[in-house]
Design a protein around this ligand. Structure first.
Ligand code: PGA
Length: 254
């Protein structure tokens, strides 16, 4: 595992952006798995700035989102499809046909999930998965206890996850109860996994994921079995790690 601790969230996000930009420079039509949420916003903003400045060309990248909330049509501003239009497709100038999300309006979500796996395979598989981590250890919407051998599937959201989503929906009753998510098998099939976590709220779960026993109770701990994983943290998210506390030269932190 390649672990980098950056002095700030902005620096951590810039490092993740650099990994994507370098991949695009080497292989412009690479296939990414991409997250939504708060953490990657600065990654996408940075990439959009570099695209505008002409230092990178990301328009041929193809992407598959990690997950989508069941019941939200793509034009609902709270959908992850709408998020991707706002933060990826439009600012980077990526054609809509290159941006894929799980279909959550289909009548047969099981079949739609299988079709998503097929589309990833037809694209040649995932070259890079950019991943966040939930405060409960989830990766995409693989909530604690989800078996690691699952592909894309319909899942029930944990109560704590629904609480975190509540502000966007006003009341907890209105927060979707299900999502379609890539499974850990899909995510671990990526040729390179990049886990990005920032902020003190992630410190405890980052320590459990990286230093505790690998267990389905902490989905992110599955990443430790992956042959090529890069973990990028800011100092706050790294603050509960024991093994690096005495190694200030690890990563790029001064
Ligand atoms: P966040 O979400 O980036 O909004 O903290 C991370 C996650 O739940 O995976």
């Amino acid at each position: 595992m390649d672990l980098t601790i950056e002095p700030s969230a902005a620096a951590a996000c810039e490092k993740a952006a650099r990994i994507i930009a370098d991949l695009a420079a080497r292989a412009p039509a690479s296939v990414l798995a991409l997250p939504t949420g708060r953490t990657p916003l600065a990654v996408y903003d940075t990439l959009a700035r570099w695209q505008r400045d002409g230092v990178v060309d990301l328009r041929r990248l193809r992407s598959f989102n990690l997950d989508e909330l069941v019941g939200l049509p793509p034009d609902d501003p709270r959908s992850y499809a709408a998020y991707m239009v706002r933060h990826w497709q439009e600012p980077l100038g990526v054609p809509a046909a290159h941006v894929h999300l799980p279909q959550v309006m289909a009548s047969d979500l099981g079949a739609a999930s299988a079709a998503y796996e097929d589309r990833i395979a037809m694209a040649g598989g995932l070259d890079l998965a950019l991943l966040g981590i939930g405060e409960n250890g989830h990766v995409a919407f693989n909530e604690p206890g989800t078996p690691w051998n699952m592909g894309t599937h319909v899942c029930n959201l944990a109560d704590s996850t629904r609480q975190i989503l509540r502000p966007a929906f006003g009341s907890l009753d209105l927060v979707p109860r299900q999502a379609v998510t890539m499974g850990m098998r899909t995510i671990l099939s990526a040729r390179h996994c990049v886990l990005l976590a920032t902020g003190a709220a992630k410190a405890a779960i980052v320590a459990r994921a990286l230093e505790g026993p690998p267990t389905e109770a902490v989905p992110a701990s599955a990443l430790r079995s992956h042959p090529r994983v890069t973990v990028i943290l800011d100092r706050a998210a790294a603050s509960a790690l024991e093994t690096v506390a005495d190694e200030p030269r690890r990563g790029s932190a001064p």
